[in-house]
Write a protein that binds this ligand. Sequence first.
Ligand code: SOE
Length: 392
Amino acid sequence: MPTDRGLRVGLVGAGFMGRTHSNAYHQVSRFFPQERGADLVAVCSRDGAKAQDFATQWGYGGHETDWRKLVARDDIDLIDIATPNDTHAEIAEAAAKAGKMVACEKPLGRSLAESRRMTVAVERADVANMVWYNYRRVPALALAKQMIDEGRLGRIFHSRFKFLQDWTISADLPQGGAGTWRLDAAVAGSGVTGDLLAHCIDAALWLVGPVAEVSGTTEVFVPERVHALTGKREPITLDDASLFLARFANGSLATFEATRFARGHKALFTLELNGEKGSVAWDLHDLHRLQFFSYDGDGATRGWRSIHVTDGDHPYMKAWWVPGLQIGYEHTFVHQVADFMSGLRTGTKTVPDFADGLAVDAVVDAVLKSARSRSWETVENIEQAARLEGAA
Ligand code: SOE
């Protein structure tokens, strides 16, 4: 690994996402040799033993227990935030202020206000930034985007997005603490809307365009859980399930559904888009396939086809094995790092950046508002909001 020329990374967070990012930093220059690779300088976790073990296992040069020490180091270029949501804003703001590049796990903040502060911070500091909406880098979805941009679907009338899980059905599952912070509103901000629907919303904004208004409803199926840190039963104030209808600025319509109560489903992210000239459909459990229907050609042989997205002319695939051999979830993170490094090398912006993450959070905010008001809500114009905040 050419560490002397690598992007010097300081990772905050030694959990599941920290592992996906670390793996990507290790793999990037092996499969994308035109990129500079990464030098894993230090990892930070509040738990010193965990930080040390993580550093050993993933090849970080050192470890810290206070992220402020990472931010203060002058041998780090990029601060990568892979911590629970309640720490994203503070770390991102401090890192940007210190002139570091910033990568942040999704969602950006716990609220639209936090996400806006973070976006203003990186834009004011003029530092490279990105949000880890990794599913954009599934080759089959990148191919769908390419086909939409080429006009193969024509005008998109409908789309539908789902992200289904079942891991919180048991009422005995606690909230809070290391494994279950996603159920603690003070830490997570929102429930499935910010955690799972955020992926669907990011895909929708990317593939279809800006969302103008939404009508949503949410539900809490288990209203109280023992808090892992206090040992007391405490109310659950975030959404176990979230459904909404969307009208896009371009007149397109969509439905969205996410839950952690769909028995039998662990991480079923699916989407389908129906356009004037064709349709596409994709399923995370069969992630290397893109289903495509084209209205072109002869009616007798017209039909849905299943594209096995593993050929050298498919997005990202040339970098991997030989045609026909599949890749998986972890590769999406490698692709994101490769694109970020390519952006740094060529002076182009990598998306999704914080402004894109803020756009997702504006939709999340409108959905939650709509669930409370039981009426349609307009999605805030975040470009204007960020500008106003920046000027304040
Ligand atoms: C939740 O279980 C979770 O890990 C999300 O936080 C991730 O963003 C998603 O990719 C998989 O599910």
